[in-house]
Design a protein around this ligand. Structure first.
Ligand code: NAG
Ligand code: NAG
Ligand code: NAG
Length: 388
């Protein structure tokens, strides 16, 4: 009998411990003053911490939670941080408090966080964090920001907006493996990268995409860099070391200034993506033609599954003859887009729209009478592989 009671007691204790472990509840309100904790009803879900009020020092709230946690790990689902207080995010910022999703700034509201330390996520949050967004009017040190992001091995989504940031550096998102600083982990979970998260106001800051900027992200499906000021894309910017079957979508539409033009692409900028790639370039009127040296290899690579979406009038001169002369080869790789001319209000569908509102492939052959192909297409894939 005694034995039975003891077993029962142990059993019940285990159940209680398990339920505490599985269903963490909200901390006392006094610990999170200025923020609100919201427990969702879903079974097994973690409570969310909402710090939306003006003037809330989120750093102090997190410190408070740590002080009262007695070394236990305090698990939360999401952190919504919309407070307007200027604070830096320093080393070991989260201590033993973890979140799955951290939004420092939301699509509706930006923050004034000044700095993100490369060691900000040291602690149990490092492996827990799957979603990280930072939108800040004051963010300055870009190297440290990217380093902090590279320290997160289980990240699936990342959004960055900061008024003083400028570029996407080489291997900006590829996590470092533990132990040696120079060793990059072969596998990351990162699926989407968003530089345009704000719904009403977005910061225009990206001007350059450096060599191999998005290297080593085999699960990457979408990068949005729309409505920035990009005017330089270096070689192999979107390259991946191994062939992958998942499709990658790159949105570079609607760049702000007039500096995004045909010269903005380094000759190998679009090479080596190693997976079917959709490139969106609409709304960039100064990309007036498609140089064969850049776009020839783009259309040839990845078993000719790469696609391009334009949406601006192109100058259909000799520089476009290489496309015009091989319609069977290249037409299928253009994504159709619709255009309604003001004068007749009729919707037209285009692949490549020329200045006179004709599609490239509908032009008279005589338009190209004087043209010769300047850059013969050569398959330099192997040469490129060696370089990598
Ligand atoms: C986190 O927990 C560990 C182990 O219980 C403890 O040593 C450490 O001081 C805690 N950190 C903070 C910031 O409270
Ligand atoms: C970026 O964020 C905006 C606003 O939340 C959203 O509409 C868009 O789908 C996101 N893009 C990507 C690539 O995740
Ligand atoms: C082709 O070149 C000739 C002589 O240089 C010129 O007269 C003619 O207008 C050109 N045709 C086109 C379509 O550019």
């Amino acid at each position: 009998m005694k034995d039975f009671v003891m077993r029962l007691t142990i059993f019940i204790t285990l159940i209680v411990l398990e339920s505490i472990h599985c269903h963490p509840t909200c901390p006392d309100d006094s610990l999170i003053s200025g923020c609100v904790c919201r427990q969702t009803r879903e079974v097994g879900s973690l409570p969310d911490l909402l710090c939306k009020e003006k003037g809330v020092y989120v750093d102090q709230v997190i410190q408070n939670l740590n002080k009262h946690s007695n070394g236990e790990i305090l698990k939360f689902g999401k952190l919504y941080w919309e407070s307007d207080v200027k604070v830096p995010i320093t080393d070991n910022f989260f201590g033993n408090v973890t979140f799955r999703k951290v939004m420092i700034g939301t699509p509706l509201k930006f923050t004034y966080v000044t700095y993100l330390s490369p060691k900000a996520f040291v602690g149990p949050i490092m492996k827990e964090l799957e979603w990280f967004a930072i939108r800040s009017y004051e963010m300055r040190n870009q190297d440290h920001l990217y380093k902090a992001i590279r320290s997160l091995p289980n990240l699936k989504y990342v959004a960055i907006e900061g008024r003083y940031l400028v570029s996407v550096p080489t291997r900006a998102f590829q996590p470092l493996c533990k132990g040696s600083d120079s060793k990059y982990c072969p596998n990351t979970h990162l699926r989407r990268i968003n530089f345009t998260e704000g719904l009403h106001e977005t910061f225009i800051f990206l001007t350059r995409i450096e060599e191999n900027a998005f290297q080593g992200l085999p699960n990457l499906k979408e990068v949005s860099m729309k409505q920035h000021d990009v005017h330089f894309i270096a070689d192999y910017a979107f390259a991946c070391d191994k062939p992958i079957s998942k499709k990658l979508k790159i949105d570079l539409s609607l760049q702000w200034s007039r500096e995004f033009n045909t010269d903005s692409f380094s000759p190998k900028a679009l090479m080596g993506t190693n997976r079917p790639t959709e490139l969106i370039l609409f709304g960039n009127p100064h990309i007036s033609h498609l140089p064969e040296v850049v776009f020839g290899p783009f259309f040839e690579e990845n078993d000719r599954q790469n696609t391009l979406k334009l949406g601006q009038k192109m100058s259909c001169s000799c520089e476009m003859y290489w496309l015009y002369s091989q319609p069977e080869r290249y037409k299928p790789q253009f994504i159709e887009w619709k255009f309604t001319a003001k004068k007749d209000n009729k919707e037209q569908h285009y692949l490549v729209m020329c200045q006179d509102d004709t599609d490239l492939w509908d032009l008279e052959p005589s338009t190209f009478n004087n043209c010769t192909s300047e850059y013969p297409i050569n398959d330099d894939k192997d040469e490129f592989r060696d370089e990598l």
